[in-house]
Design a protein around this ligand. Sequence first.
Ligand SMILES: *Cc1c(COP(=O)(O)O)cnc(C)c1O
Length: 407
Amino acid sequence: MKTFDIQKIRADFPILKREVNNKPLVYLDNGATTQKPKAVIDAIVDYYTAMNSNVHRGVHYLSQISTDAFEVARRKVQGFINAEHEHEVIVTKGTTESINIVASCYGRAFIGEGDEIIISAMEHHSNIVPWQMLCDEKGCKLRVIPMNDAGELDIEAYKALFSERTKLVSFTYVSNALGTINPVREMIAIAHEHQVPVLIDGAQAVQHIAVDVQELDVDFFVFSGHKMYGPTGVGILYGKESLLNAMPPYQGGGDMIKEVTFEKTTYNELPFKFEAGTPNIEAGICLTAAIDYIEEIGLDAIKAYEDELLAYATDELAKVEGVRFIGTASHKSSVISFIVDGIHPYDIGVILDKLGIAVRTGHHCAQPVMDRFGIPGTVRASLAMYNTTEDIDNLVQGLKRAVQMLK
Ligand SMILES: *Cc1c(COP(=O)(O)O)cnc(C)c1O
């Protein structure tokens, strides 16, 4: 394993030097979005300084170098998740759009009235609502894998949900609200025993855990650039070639066509069939810098460091009176959701903010998870590779102050 130099890593993220409310920033909202290293910021500036031009269109020099850089990023993503083919990597706006593409296109072609889609009780709204919209349109049904009080999915109940009518399974690798790491390999294998394809929401996974889509044998895998130290406005839909080829296109427009007449249009090949219109070029290109950054440090080293930090944070927060953790799975990623007896999470968030500490409060786009635990929301500290034990100490001190003030 490579050495993990936390001071050097922190120095790579310019925003970590700033103050908020006259206090040094303590950024613990990485589940919502991560900060960007200088390498990514520089790549964005370089793009506009030296390269800006539309992709897949021009014969001229700038268009060719920006197209090349965009396609380099696609191959970078291919390597990052070990996809078999680069054309299985579709560039989207983000996780939300990637899931909507599958719901819309796979759903339109292969899911009909009376069919069933399995999701889990811990999904982000973006992995619930697109399926509900499809169900409204097609008359299909959602089946939901339940979870226990620790926030772990009930695998026996999952097995029992399959029927002749099951057409797709879609669930998250890591819960953004609870931190649970689901047994994806086992769950994919179970679906495949029933010949049902699986979509994995990797939005909270790829920045913490090395993912190999071929080894997982996953059918669709989606994630966002902005949660893995990359730019906003870009995400990935990985799909197996055979499935993507069988699906109708998503939006109609430029780039996704081969030939257009008023009588008939023929569609472009993968990946362009699903990439209508001008993409977020600079964000797509700058994914390369984000992945290079992660790979240079190494996901094994990042995971080991974050696991230590998670253990420390859990121990320290447990010492604060009245703290109750929501999400105590035995396999957890660096997300700590908690409530404090008798105090609204929002009020804690406001006081922490006054102290320069950024956490998220509320339902974290996972309202059914909050309903499952019978609470309106939680305070969530979500850790990234640049956080430190000092950040945790600041959080704990701030929380103690908040509790004192609000009790
Ligand atoms: C953030 C998140 C999403 C949605 O990602 P966007 O980048 O907002 O499209 C989906 N699922 C999970 C688990 C997330 O954390």
